[in-house]
Design a protein around this ligand. Structure first.
Ligand code: F6R
Ligand code: MG
Ligand code: MG
Length: 371
């Protein structure tokens, strides 16, 4: 048992209320009850919430990342919540629990996972981001801005502890391989990859070697589970989560939040098949209504005190983000006017795992060869 702190954010959609809009309060209560049993034992602290139809378990402990006991606890909690979801006949009850039974680690079994293990600093601010109705690539643009764009993060220019930049771990989620890239040195090459956000996703960000913080402790991480690759067919978007540590040589809380003042286009929304703006909202406003969306992001801020989660502060519950919300609504309206046409609808290769190919297959036999 190490002295380091681990923050684990594990989430799953185990039933929507109604449709894919929200998590029912009984599921939240069930999850709280389950995790409470482990407080002071396996867990130091926890916070249960939801972003739209995703049940989110934020936990602190000293067991490290990928810990079987922690993942098992999350899995059991989702199973208990599924039982309640089935009783209430919630929509898609148990949807993200893709495996028959738990087998060592929730990764690859349906739930999304973001975990950071680190030496707790004198003061340790951390932000838990949760998105609904989109995929992990939705974090590429904001993570790039936070850790590599001086027009977003002035600390990269004027803080001697940040000026050398950060190291990015990028995953090719199609071919299951990864590459580490240093910024600002490799900025342009990195953009060549991460601009293709349905394939190359930022998994972790590290401080550079020789800086104030240990270079082997990630300071940001994103859940990169691709549900469609696990399930083989469309079972809902991945609805990713992320953890970002802030301040004292890292981007400030305000620099971490700044990218979300621009509601960039992400893939997901209705039937996981559409591009639309991601709208930063307060936790209570993460209710996906219009066309099952538009996609939402919430940000909960905490100080960590010996593993205790001091918070949350609902960071987008702030008029400073009103303009971003208005813009998101205008963009949503504009995109919706395209109806079934691209680029509102995703390009063909991204529709491969949706229900569309089933419709197209019917048409195949009617096609005649052109001379
Ligand atoms: C988006 C999502 C929903 C559903 C849509 C249709 O992530 O899950 O938009 O795809 O509500 O659901 P079904 O086909 O179950 O009626
Ligand atoms: Mg759902
Ligand atoms: Mg969801």
């Amino acid at each position: 048992m190490g002295e380091k702190i681990t923050v684990s954010l594990i989430k799953a959609d185990v039933g929507g209320w109604p449709g894919h809009a929200l998590v029912h309060p009984d599921l939240i209560q069930t999850a709280k009850k389950e995790l409470e049993k482990e407080k002071g034992k396996l867990l130091i602290d926890f916070h249960v919430t939801n972003c739209g139809d995703d049940l989110e378990l934020l936990m602190t402990h000293r067991k490290g990342v990928d810990c079987q006991e922690i993942h098992h606890l999350a899995w059991n909690t989702f199973e208990k919540a599924t039982k309640v979801a089935k009783e209430l006949k919630l929509y898609g009850a148990g949807q993200d629990l893709l495996a028959e039974a738990f087998s060592g680690n929730v990764r690859g079994m349906g739930p999304g996972v973001a975990e950071l293990e680190f030496e707790e600093r004198k003061a340790e601010p951390i932000i838990a981001f949760m998105m609904d109705k989109t995929d992990p690539g939705a974090f590429n643009l904001p993570m790039y801005k936070i850790f590599a764009d001086p027009f977003n993060t002035i600390g990269l220019v004027i803080d001697p502890n940040a000026v050398s930049g950060f190291r990015f771990e990028i995953w090719d989620i199609l071919e299951s391989k990864r590459v580490f890239m240093d910024c600002p040195e490799e900025l342009y090459k990195m953009l060549a990859l991460i601009g293709a956000k349905s394939r190359y996703v930022i998994k972790r960000v590290y401080p550079k070697v020789g800086g104030k913080l240990p270079s082997d402790e990630a300071v940001a991480t994103i859940s990169t589970e691709k549900l469609y690759q696990i399930a083989g067919e469309y079972v809902g978007k991945d609805d990713p989560v992320a953890l970002v540590r802030a301040q004292s040589g890292l981007p400030a809380v305000g620099e971490v939040l700044e990218p979300f003042a621009f509601p960039h286009l992400v893939a997901g929304w209705m039937r996981g098949s559409h591009n639309g703006p991601i709208m930063p909202v307060s936790q209570k406003n993460a209710v996906c209504t219009r066309f099952d969306g538009p996609p939402r992001v919430i940000a909960l801020g905490f100080q960590i005190a010996n593993g205790k989660l001091v918070g949350p502060v609902d960071l987008f519950d702030d008029p400073a983000y009103d303009l971003a919300r208005r813009k998101a609504q205008r963009v949503a309206d504009y995109m919706r006017r395209h109806g079934p046409f691209e680029p509102h609808r995703l390009p063909c290769e991204d529709m491969e795992y949706t229900t569309l190919p089933k419709v197209l297959r019917e048409l195949e036999k009617r096609f005649q060869k052109l001379d």
